[in-house]
Design a protein around this ligand. Structure first.
Ligand SMILES: [Zn+2]
Ligand SMILES: [Zn+2]
Length: 429
């Protein structure tokens, strides 16, 4: 992707969303040398600044996706760090956390450095790697957590699998506590899982192998109790079930250091989408019932669920065309996340615009100990320009990811990312 390099740029006529002051106000933003120099009602700046017309648009801090899969190393035919971070920018994500279930898995300091180096070469969205909790994601021996922290890993997870052994999970939590980094739990009790359709009405009707919601919530309950016992920080990935939302709410009330994320597909779709046997609706955990979908939205609205992440999971067309039970789970998500959330959460009035943007921008940085997302004077420009009135169709030819496994291709959506300003680089979409 070729950005315009601009030493001085004036974003003129837009509405600025300040997440720290919690204000939304009409203001011009002048960026010089990649830093925000002025934010004022009206800036009469000539002096060679490139003027970007932002009338009718909103300007917010760049989003951060704390859970995605970039497939490098190992499956560069599905996605690379370069293609994935370009697709992320098109979705307004200026920072992403790739999960370590690559081939080989990211379980050493050298592997973490490899990922950050590849991201620097690509020069698109910034990459903050997540390292494995256990060697080779085998769930047995602890990985080199301390060394990976010093190389820049911001969290630890065996995502793709749960850590089945409670004693290993306890040790992982204790070890990560020493470095004040969260453990991200992919909650799934394997013994309860036969397939990847929500166990219930639809799986019976369609004859699909299934997983009950308790496969997620039982693991979440165990991990919450272990987090309370160890005093460590736990983050629950891709929350899909009402019972899990209830448990997290209970845990937060108890003072357990637990945070959580959900993904756009869990607040947009239900198991009813499986009726056509299209594997582009196959995700893990599975799409669940309308009651679960509503509980996820309520969890986002009251802050039980802190963050929205994509779980962007590229797969090739051929793989997804396999029979439903055999196809790999996961969908791409960077380029549609903002619009789906805007449609399902803001236009429905479940969340205010600022609360919604905070779930995308503030919460992930807070959870991962990174500096707050800011539109304040003096901060580095890391801004997204949003056109909330735009209606657009996610056409196959505009997909920037190397894979196209999205159930939202062809869908017309409201609200889109018009541009991203990252330092002195302007990306227009
Ligand atoms: Zn997962
Ligand atoms: Zn994942």
């Amino acid at each position: 992707m070729n950005p315009e390099i601009l030493s001085r740029v004036l974003l003129q006529g837009g509405t600025v969303i300040d997440l720290q002051a919690r204000t939304v106000r009409r203001a011009d933003v002048l960026v010089a040398g990649g830093r925000i120099e002025k934010v004022e009602g009206s800036i009469e700046e000539v002096g060679g600044a490139e003027v970007i017309d932002c009338k009718g648009k909103h300007i917010a801090p760049g989003f951060m996706d704390m859970h995605c899969h970039l497939r490098e190393p190992g499956r560069e035919d599905e996605e690379t760090i370069a293609s994935g971070t370009a697709a992320a920018l098109a979705g307004g994500f200026t920072r992403v956390c790739p999960m370590p279930n690559t081939d080989p898995a990211i379980d050493t300091e050298a592997q973490v450095r490899f990922e950050t180096r590849r991201a620097e070469d690509a020069n698109c969205a910034r990459v903050h790697p997540v390292g494995c909790c256990t060697k080779g994601r085998q769930g047995k021996e602890l990985a080199e957590i301390g060394a990976m922290v010093s190389a820049g890993a911001v969290a630890f997870s065996d995502d793709g699998s749960a850590i089945a052994d409670a004693q290993v999970m306890r040790r992982v939590l204790e070890y990560c506590k020493a470095f004040d980094v969260p453990v991200i739990s992919h909650c799934e009790v394997k013994e309860l899982v036969e397939g990847i359709a929500n166990e219930g009405r639809m799986s019976t009707k369609l004859g699909l192998k299934s997983a009950p919601d308790v496969a997620e919530s039982a693991q979440a309950a165990r991990d919450i109790l272990l987090a309370e016992f160890t005093g460590a920080r736990l983050h629950i990935a891709h929350v899909s079930a009402k019972a899990t939302v209830d448990l997290i709410r209970w845990a937060k009330e108890r003072g357990v250091q637990v945070t959580a994320e959900t993904c756009p597909h869990y607040f947009t779709l239900t198991e009813d989408a499986l009726a056509g046997f299209d594997a582009n609706y196959k995700v893990n955990p599975p799409l669940r019932t309308e009651a679960d979908r509503r509980a996820v939205i309520a969890g986002l609205a009251d802050g039980t669920i802190d963050a929205i992440a994509t779980d962007h999971a590229p797969h090739l067309k051929g793989e997804k065309e396999a029979e439903f039970d055999a196809a790999p789970p996961g969908i791409i998500g960077f380029e549609t996340a903002f619009s789906l959330g805007y449609e399902q959460l803001v236009l429905t009035k479940a969340l205010s615009l600022t609360d919604y943007i905070a779930r995308l921008a503030t919460a992930p940085r807070r959870i991962l100990n990174l500096p707050a997302a800011s539109t304040a004077v003096g901060s580095e420009a890391e801004l997204v320009v949003l056109d909330l009135k735009a209606e657009w169709t996610y056409a196959p030819d505009r997909v920037l990811s190397l894979s196209r496994n999205s159930p939202f291709i062809g869908r017309t959506m409201r609200g889109r990312v018009a541009a991203v300003l990252l330092g002195d680089r302007l990306f227009r979409f």
